[in-house]
Design a protein around this ligand. Structure first.
Ligand SMILES: [Zn+2]
Length: 69
């Protein structure tokens, strides 16, 4: 899976919800916020260049910003 903006492979990471616990290592996961919806994604894709997070939606990569529109 390549980033649409950079010629690099996106890093697939599990999305966790809820408030992050202090002292825990979250470098290998994505923080999805405290709101969990039934259709909340389980995994996201992080660009190693700018740390933009993409979600797979209807077979396409979208950013979290775009999904809110
Ligand atoms: Zn990128």
């Amino acid at each position: 899976m390549k980033c649409p903006n950079h010629d690099v492979e996106l890093v697939k990471k599990e999305i966790i919800y809820g408030y992050p616990a202090s002292g825990k290592d979250y470098s290998n996961v994505l923080l999805g916020g405290c709101c969990v919806m039934p259709n909340s994604p389980r995994y996201g894709y992080e660009c190693p260049v700018d740390k933009e997070v993409y979600l797979m939606k209807d077979g396409k990569l979208v950013t979290e910003r775009e999904e809110e529109d």
